[in-house]
Ligand binder design. Sequence first.
Ligand SMILES: Cc1cc2nc3c(=O)[nH]c(=O)nc-3n(C[C@H](O)[C@H](O)[C@H](O)COP(=O)(O)OP(=O)(O)OC[C@H]3O[C@@H](n4cnc5c(N)ncnc54)[C@H](O)[C@@H]3O)c2cc1C
Length: 439
Amino acid sequence: MPAPPLRTSPGALRAGLLGGAVPVVGLWLVQAEPSVRLDALFATLAHLSGLLAGYGILVMLLLMARVPAVEHGVGADRLARWHARGGRYVLTCCFAHAVLALCGHAAHTGTDLLSAAGGLLGYPGLAAAAAGTALLVFVGLSSARAVRRRVRHETWRAVHLLTYAGAALAFAHQLAGPDLAGGPLAAWWWTMLHTTVGVLLVWYRLVVPVRQALRHSLRIIEVRTEAPDVVSVVMQGIGLDALRAEPGQFFRWRFLGRRLWRTSLPFSLSAPVRDDTLRITVKACGDHTRRIRRLRPGVRVLATGPFGALTAHRRTRPKVLLLAGGVGITPLRALFETLPGEPGDLTLLYRAGNAAQLVLRDELEAIADSRGAALHYLLGPSDGPFDPLSPRALRNLVPDLDEHDVYLCGPPGMHTAAAIALERAGVPARRIHSEQFAF
Ligand SMILES: Cc1cc2nc3c(=O)[nH]c(=O)nc-3n(C[C@H](O)[C@H](O)[C@H](O)COP(=O)(O)OP(=O)(O)OC[C@H]3O[C@@H](n4cnc5c(N)ncnc54)[C@H](O)[C@@H]3O)c2cc1C
């Protein structure tokens, strides 16, 4: 029997990353020279903010390295949220570092800020550091919600690649800086941290996807219409068991078809892996998802993954409620079939605007019948007079709701409303396991 996959819990990862900042602050402390002079005070605070910014950049890269134990234990959506929040912190540290260094230099030389800036840029490596900071600020601004809503996902991703250039320039600046240049041990440790993260990035974001593509030779064997705007795509490959994909997880898919091959899109498995086939179910909501409907059998597919932590390992109770909204049914359909349970243990609530929008309905009903599981459709417009996701409505359908683990997947609005209603109905937040179809 193969060993269960390694998973890092969110708490352990958070503790590890915060703990990693301790030696960074320690490095600053041993070098800091107590002084009441204004220029020295600015300089010492500039060193602290610079070191923390450097560490923060490393953490940002690590969170996005797609390390399986982290992806499977923490979940891609949570990692993306931490990355976005951490990015703001890193930019604040970069900004503080630049301003404090500038003020320190101005106070030291007795010049104004503009002359001090000109003077600083003359130091070796500082022009590169300024360019690195400018790149990181540019990437940060492109991720602001107001900007992101207006740019295409591909453009935003392409801009994000500049992070690597920004991080490399910042690294060169840090090595030349006073905290590391004077201490070979500290410089070695800092270099090892960066090398490790660099190797993880190259391995999991480049080598593993190429290896998977060569090894599994995935091709589409069927494209089936499930509803007017929803299709299921069935793909077959070689040795797919080796992927160890679990129900509830997703892959990033690159279809080597016309006007699709340049983009990789995340879609959850809508059925467990069987007979060397993978299946996804896709709702057309934009240019790429509309093109997926036109794909034909024979098209090659590159799949990277599996990712995601919405799997059976999160379960803590015998009773489980699966709560799906719209196309969020896909991972829950796979879990509905495979989560272990006795008759009466599983309930699936499926929220949709009307009956025509329900997908995979025959399969869901067959699974409910064969497993003795409860299945309810919650139909109606989201702004209708009756809210089927209110705490009272949920408790009417599932009277012992607070005894359940809940797996929740749906569009952002429904997701937030359902999570609040579940907590009000007595389900503690730690037992609500969710995934959002948005990064
Ligand atoms: C973990 C996860 C699992 C998902 N599972 C399913 C599923 O099983 N079935 C399904 O129909 N949909 C699923 N989605 C949503 C699906 O990925 C998007 O609807 C699709 O990428 C939109 O592409 P588009 O170009 O047609 O639409 P667009 O109009 O270009 O984009 C619509 C939305 O999708 C986002 N998006 C676009 N491209 C990407 C990308 N490469 N990566 C992340 N987000 C992107 C955009 O930021 C935008 O918010 C999932 C999303 C995530 C994050």
